[in-house]
Write a protein that binds this ligand. Structure first.
Ligand SMILES: *[C@@H]1O[C@H](CO)[C@@H](O)[C@H](O)[C@H]1NC(C)=O
Length: 389
C-alpha cells in the first residue's frame, strides 16, 4: 500500500516539478534583458533642465572637429555640398538654388523665428537626407540633419520636418509629414483612446521597403501573425509585388493609428527615420533597430530606459517581442519613460533652443567676419496668416 501511495504522489508531483522548473527556466531566460534594463535605468540621469541642455554633449561632439576654429578655406570646401546661407544684421540670406525648396523652407522657419537673437554668420546647410562630410576625408563644416557618429563630420541640426518638407505619403500625408507641434497633439489625442491595457500585444510596422534590412520583421509577421503585423507599403519606385517582398502593398496607416499596438518598430531609412519621435506619443514601446544613425536628440535617449534596442540584423527580433509579452509591466515602464522624455524635452521650443545654441556656438568658431555676399537673396518671413491656412 505504502509504495502505491508514494507512486501516486510521484505521479502528481513529477509533472508539477516539471511545470515549476519550466516556468522558472523561461523567467530566467529573460534575466539578461531585465538586468540590462535595471543597469540602464540606474545609470541614467534624467534630464531636468527646461531648455535644450540635454543635447549639449551632441553639440560639443559635433563641434569638436573645429576646436581650432573654422577657416575660410574649410568653409569654401563645403559650399557646393549644400545650400549657402548668411545672417547679416538680423536678416537671412540664401543662395538661389535649393535642391528641395520645402526642406529649405522648413529650415528657414526656425532661423527666421530666432533671427533677432542671432549673430552675423555664414553656413552651408545640406538638405539632402545623406550626410556629406565623411570622416575619411578632409573635414569641412556642413550642417546635416542626420549622421553616423563614427563616419561623418557633419554638424547636426534639427530636421526641417519639425516644420515642413517631410516625406509626402499619399494619401495620408499628401503635403509631407511635418508640423511637429500639430502631430504631438494629434497623436496624443488618438493615444488616449488606446490605453496600454487595450493595445494589442503585437509588433506593428507599416512602411516601404527602403532596404531589405526590414524583411525579417515582415517575414515574421507572415509566419506568426499573432506576434507581428508588419507589411510593406508602396514607395515611389514601386513597380510590382516584388518590391513589397512578394505580396501586394498594404494600405498606408497614419502614425496616430499605430497607437493600437503595444510594440512599434523604428528602422532607419536613407538616414535616420523621421517617425522615431512620433512613435513615442502613442505611449507604446518603441523597438529601435540599429544604433548608428542619429538625429541631434537621439544620444540623450537611452536604450532600455526609453526604448528597446534591436540588433541591426534583427537576429534578436522574435526573442524581444516574446520578452515584451511576458514582461508587460516592465516594458510598459519603458513606454512611459520614452513618452515622457519626448513630451518634456522635444517640444518646439527645444528645437528652437537647439538651433539658437548651434548657430551661436558655431559662429564663435568662424575665423572671419562674414559680410554680405551679393549673390545671395533675402529670405523673408512668410506672412503669418498664410502660414496658418
Ligand atoms: C558668394 O556665394 C556664392 C554662392 O554660394 C559662392 O559661390 C561665392 O563663392 C560666394 N562669394 C564669396 C566672396 O564668398
Amino acid at each position: 500500500m505504502k509504495w502505491m501511495e508514494s507512486f501516486h504522489a510521484l505521479c502528481i508531483l513529477f509533472p508539477l516539478i516539471i511545470i515549476i522548473v519550466g516556468v522558472h527556466g523561461s523567467a530566467a531566460k529573460w534575466n539578461k534583458y531585465k538586468k540590462a534594463i535595471d543597469v540602464a535605468v540606474k545609470k541614467y540621469k534624467p534630464c531636468t533642465s527646461n531648455d535644450c541642455s540635454c543635447y549639449q554633449s551632441m553639440l560639443d561632439n559635433d563641434l569638436s572637429t573645429w576646436e581650432e576654429g573654422i577657416r575660410r578655406s574649410d568653409f569654401d570646401a563645403a559650399i557646393d555640398r549644400g545650400t549657402h546661407y548668411q545672417i547679416i544684421n538680423h536678416k537671412l540670406y540664401r543662395q538661389t538654388e535649393c535642391m528641395f525648396p520645402f526642406r529649405c523652407s522648413g529650415v528657414e522657419h526656425f532661423i527666421l523665428e530666432l533671427i533677432d537673437k542671432l549673430p552675423d554668420t555664414e553656413m552651408v546647410i545640406n538638405v539632402r537626407d545623406y550626410p556629406q562630410a565623411p570622416k575619411w576625408g578632409k573635414p569641412f563644416p556642413i550642417f546635416s540633419f542626420s549622421k553616423v557618429l563614427k563616419e561623418n563630420h557633419d554638424i547636426m541640426y534639427p530636421a526641417w520636418t519639425f516644420w515642413e518638407g517631410g516625406p509626402a505619403v499619399w494619401p495620408i500625408y499628401p503635403t509631407g509629414l511635418g508640423r511637429w507641434d500639430e502631430q504631438r497633439i494629434i497623436i496624443t489625442k488618438e493615444a488616449a483612446k488606446h490605453p496600454w491595457e487595450k493595445k494589442k500585444n503585437v509588433a506593428f510596422f507599416r512602411g516601404s521597403r527602403t532596404s531589405a534590412e526590414r524583411d525579417p520583421l515582415i517575414l515574421l509577421s507572415r509566419a506568426e501573425p499573432d506576434l507581428a503585423d508588419a507589411q510593406y507599403t508602396k514607395n515611389q519606385a514601386w513597380k510590382s509585388d516584388k518590391d513589397t517582398l512578394g505580396a501586394p502593398p498594404a494600405k498606408e496607416i497614419k502614425l496616430e493609428d499605430h497607437c493600437k499596438y503595444k510594440y512599434l518598430f523604428n528602422f532607419r531609412g536613407v538616414a535616420a527615420s523621421f517617425r522615431f519621435k512620433h512613435l513615442f506619443f502613442c505611449k507604446s514601446v518603441v523597438f529601435h533597430v540599429g544604433e548608428d544613425w542619429l538625429e541631434f536628440f537621439y544620444p540623450a535617449m537611452k536604450p532600455w530606459v526609453h526604448y528597446i534596442p534591436v540588433k541591426q540584423d534583427l537576429s534578436d527580433l522574435r526573442e524581444l517581442i516574446v520578452f515584451a509579452r511576458e514582461n508587460d509591466d516592465t516594458v510598459k515602464k519603458i513606454a512611459e519613460r520614452g513618452y515622457e522624455f519626448i513630451r518634456d524635452h522635444l517640444r518646439m521650443q527645444d528645437v528652437s533652443c537647439y538651433w539658437q545654441r548651434l548657430i551661436a556656438r558655431y559662429t564663435e568658431l568662424l575665423t572671419w567676419k562674414p559680410s554680405l555676399n551679393k549673390s545671395l537673396f533675402e529670405v523673408k518671413p512668410k506672412p503669418k496668416n498664410k502660414m496658418e491656412l
